[in-house]
Design a binder for this molecule. Structure first.
Ligand code: NAP
Ligand code: ZN
Ligand code: ZN
Length: 346
């Protein structure tokens, strides 16, 4: 066991504070990672405030981890000391169910083991990336390509894969019109990736405050959802709407913006349920769908794609002491576009 510094929420809704945690010894198939950067995902805030319920406290959030391997177990074959690596939202799964075998470990039928706010196979709580070190099985660790610097790569481990996976699954590419709803951490990566895939990209944001950024990041069009005219003008327009919104939405209004056979794909995880009028999907044979992160193989593929297209996150690098302030800014939709913690300041 090794004692390492970390930032933790001691209880639900309590501000995060510096503490120490224990990391397990490096096992046969484990790598020890010296964490350099950890992104702040809105999911960290939902969970640190126990908005999804059943949180395990104290909680060390962080599932956008980028760092360097400093030790490997005797059976490790994928990585060597010095490698640049990342860890996303899960650190293990059953490895034997049909989803695990298909590379869809995020949908493991036994439940994947989340990087934090979960329980390891031995029952110990898992602790995430707001820390200086982590020990992870090599199978759930990915390689960060040389072309990507670690700070802008860290957010790809959640925001990148959570947008890449559904954009690929719903065949977003040339000739397709896609709307990205919400331009925060996930949304801005959705815009970059959808543009790189060759689609015509529209941002649907609450206001036009971030329009210049949206167009710079690859959007072709940018509309404010606070303007009722947006919903008249864009009726029946999109093949795919990717919603990254962290709060409940009027789904019926957005389903009306799809073309026949279009799909509304939700990745946002609001704390309260939403209702939908099923006539909104009957007319136009529409799909209301969801998607969760991505499998390990696809996460590696996404990193290669981002390196090839020169895509990293737009980040604000912060010190660990600014985490609580950063949380407030994320809650105010005032993030541009991902806070990343320099873990040397923990
Ligand atoms: P974020 O940076 O806070 O971005 C969310 C964006 O949603 C905001 O920037 C804002 O965009 C928009 N928004 C916020 N409140 C809104 C409201 N009341 N009405 C309409 N729009 C609103 O958060 P994130 O880190 O991208 O995460 C987004 C959501 O995805 C969270 O719920 C998170 O837990 C979830 N998530 C899910 C997965 C998954 O696997 N499915 C993975 C990661 C995260 P504008 O300012 O442009 O309007
Ligand atoms: Zn996340
Ligand atoms: Zn499984």
């Amino acid at each position: 066991m090794a004692t390492v510094p970390a930032y933790a929420a001691p209880a639900a809704k309590a501000p995060l504070e510096r503490t120490t945690i224990e990391r397990r010894p490096v096992g046969e198939f484990d790598v020890l990672i010296d964490i350099k950067f950890a992104g702040i995902c809105h999911s960290d805030i939902h969970q640190a405030r126990d908005g999804w319920g059943e949180g395990i406290f104290p909680m060390v959030p962080g599932h956008e981890i980028a760092g360097i391997v400093t030790e490997v177990g005797s059976g490790v074959t994928k990585f060597a000391v010095g490698d640049r690596v990342g860890v996303g939202c899960m650190v293990d799964s059953c490895r034997t169910c049909e989803n695990c075998l298909a590379g869809l470990e995020q949908y493991c039928l036994a439940g994947n083991i989340p990087t934090y706010n979960g329980r390891d196979k031995n029952g110990d709580p898992t602790y995430g990336g707001y820390s200086t070190h982590i020990v992870v099985d090599e199978k759930y660790t990915v390689r960060i390509p040389d072309g990507l610097s670690l700070d802008i790569a860290a957010p790809l481990l959640c925001a990148g894969i959570t947008t890449y996976s559904p954009l690929r699954h719903w065949n977003v590419g040339p000739g397709k019109k896609v709307a990205v709803l919400g331009m925060g951490g996930l949304g801005h990566m959705g815009v970059k990736i959808a543009h790189a895939l060759g689609a015509e990209v529209t941002v649907l944001s609450q206001s036009l405050r971030k329009k210049d950024d949206g167009l710079r990041l690859g959007a072709d069009h940018y509309y404010a959802t606070s303007d009722p005219k947006t919903f008249e003008e864009l009726r029946g327009t999109f093949d795919v709407i990717l919603s990254t919104v962290s709060a409940p939405l009027n789904l019926d209004a957005y389903l009306a913006l799809l073309r026949t056979d279009g799909a509304f794909v939700n990745v946002g995880a609001p704390e309260d349920p939403v209702s939908v009028n099923l006539f909104s999907v009957i007319g136009g044979r529409k799909t209301l769908a969801g998607s969760g992160i991505g499998g390990i193989r696809e996460t590696q593929e996404m990193l290669e794609f981002c390196a090839e297209h020169g895509l990293g996150a737009e980040i604000e690098l912060i010190e660990a002491s600014q985490i609580n302030e950063a949380y407030e800014r994320v809650l105010d939709s005032d993030v541009r576009y991902r806070f990343v913690i320099d873990t040397a300041t923990i």
